[in-house]
Design a protein around this ligand. Structure first.
Ligand code: PLZ
Length: 468
């Protein structure tokens, strides 16, 4: 189905979009165009090769649901800069707050002389994260830094060392978080030795294990008890919906059972909501879906509409177990990033982006289910809210089809739709549109995705590119 008129409209509008950028897919050159290709040469000359680029179009403006490149192409954004621009790129309240802040002051270092923005963000986090208990926060720059600090806090609070993480987990690229991340290539390969006392348990993965949530939790807990021991374990760190690992949604009951076990065993439950948090899954946090109240929550990405900010938020008594001066960093909770976060949270509250994520989730589920019905290579449709994915396997098997995934992605890119892949086997498409994307544009993007599947099918006729 490619006619967008046939789809029932969901919420007609999201938040206001950046500087009136036309909300359209517009291709005026090949993708990437000549001006981008020229810049790509400069990137190759001056930027380390280890820093990769999914789609080398050089961006000059973005907002709503589009990225505009230096050649004048307007591409539909289904990635939000990896789940960051949830409120839309250059969202009005973010721009307003940052503009005011940059004119007032840019930095003092909160550890030297404080300012309101930091405390305001900590208060908002206390209000928004799961649970009604007293909470406190510490602010950092990146997701990995937040995860590292959550582990530090759990270790001090419990007096224990060990950290349990899961298969397919992604927690970052610093030394401790590399140890916590599952996938070797590209994240860990050659970068060891890694931090010690990190143990991996089996994740609930309904597509592959067929276990119920409680069964999968019992399996994970058994591994943890036998291989680590609760008396040695400081924390269990888990993404309530896994991100880089392939948008794996654990079976219902898995997270509550794990949470109960942590409570019973003096183990700190850390929910890594860096990708799944801040409205993305159709709740403020993915943990909310099953009423799970983690002891600590790590956030980043969507929290600040594109500026670098991250946080650890959790039970006041846990957070306060760390000695004075034990947590911090030069830029953590930088005033511009805090102003951006307050603007992003304002957008989320005022435009009911929790509801918007659910509507977009319904729209995407409809489109992806139709795609799966037509193309047997689509083995699974999964995710929640505006965090949806499809998994590509050789038809009728669970054998990953990374080659087809790459071919479909390339077709989408050539035709002006920014799609991202992920997954341990590189065979998962993840769809993370900004919540400011208009419905019609999202439908158009999925029309292109559908064309990409048709064009790359084993029996496909060679096709001419989609008309701009
Ligand atoms: N925890 C759950 O998703 C970041 C990384 C992409 P940073 N994911 C995108 C890449 O190739 O580097 C992420 C995450 C979860 C932690 C992190 C780390 O967040 O802000 O990238 O450090």
């Amino acid at each position: 189905m490619t006619d967008t008129q046939q789809h029932a409209p969901t919420t007609p509008t999201g938040p206001a979009t950046n500087v009136g950028l036309p909300q359209e897919r517009r291709l005026v050159t090949a993708i990437p165009g000549p001006a981008s290709l020229e810049r790509l040469e400069r990137k190759k000359a001056y930027v380390a090769d280890g820093v990769g680029t999914t789609l080398p179009v050089f961006v000059v403006a973005a907002g709503g649901g589009v990225l505009v490149d230096v050649d004048g192409n307007s591409l539909i954004d289904l990635g939000s800069g990896i789940a960051v621009t949830t409120v839309g790129n250059a969202a009005p309240a973010v721009v307003r707050n940052v503009t005011e802040q940059v004119q007032a002051f840019t930095h003092t270092c909160f550890m030297v002389t404080p300012y309101d923005g930091y405390v305001d963000v900590a208060q908002a986090l206390a209000e928004l994260t799961p649970g009604s208990h007293a909470k406190k926060s510490a602010l950092f720059n990146s997701g990995a830094e937040a995860v590292e600090n959550a582990v530090k806090i759990a270790r001090v609070a419990t007096g224990k060392d060990a950290v349990a993480v899961f298969d397919h987990a992604y927690h970052g690229r610093t030394n401790l978080t590399m140890a916590m991340t599952a996938k070797n290539m590209p994240y860990k390969h050659g970068f060891g030795p890694f931090a010690g006392e990190v143990y991996r348990a089996p994740m609930s993965y309904p597509f592959r294990d067929g276990l119920s949530g409680p069964e999968a939790a019992a399996r994970a807990i058994d591994v943890i008890e036998k291989q680590v021991g609760a008396t040695n374990l400081a924390c269990v760190v888990i993404e309530p919906v896994q991100g880089e690992g392939g948008f794996v949604v654990p079976a219902p009951g898995f997270l509550p059972a794990l949470s109960q076990w942590c409570t019973d065993n003096d183990v700190v439950l850390i929910a890594d909501e860096i990708q799944s948090g801040f409205c993305r899954t159709g709740d403020w946090f993915a943990s909310d879906h099953e009423g799970v109240v983690p002891d600590l929550v790590t956030t980043a990405k969507g929290i600040a509409g594109g500026l670098p900010l991250a946080a650890v938020t959790g039970r006041a008594e846990l957070m306060d177990s760390v000695h004075g001066g034990g947590l911090g960093g030069t830029y953590g909770g930088n005033p511009l990033a805090c102003a951006a976060a307050l603007g992003a949270i304002e957008e989320m509250r005022e435009h009911d982006l929790v509801g918007r994520a659910r509507d977009l989730g319904a729209l995407m589920t409809e489109r992806l289910t139709a795609l799966a019905a037509e193309h047997p290579v689509v083995a699974d449709v999964r995710g929640r809210g505006a965090m949806m994915a499809i998994k590509l396997c050789e038809p009728g098997t669970t054998t990953p089809d990374a080659a087809r995934t790459a071919a479909v992605a390339a077709h989408c890119h050539r035709n002006g739709v920014v799609v991202l892949t992920c997954g341990t086997w590189g065979n998962v498409f993840r769809f993370l549109p900004p919540l400011s994307i208009p419905d019609a544009l999202l439908h158009e993007a999925f029309d292109v995705v559908a064309e990409a599947f048709a064009a790359t099918a084993p029996d496909a006729e060679p096709v001419t590119p989609v008309a701009p």
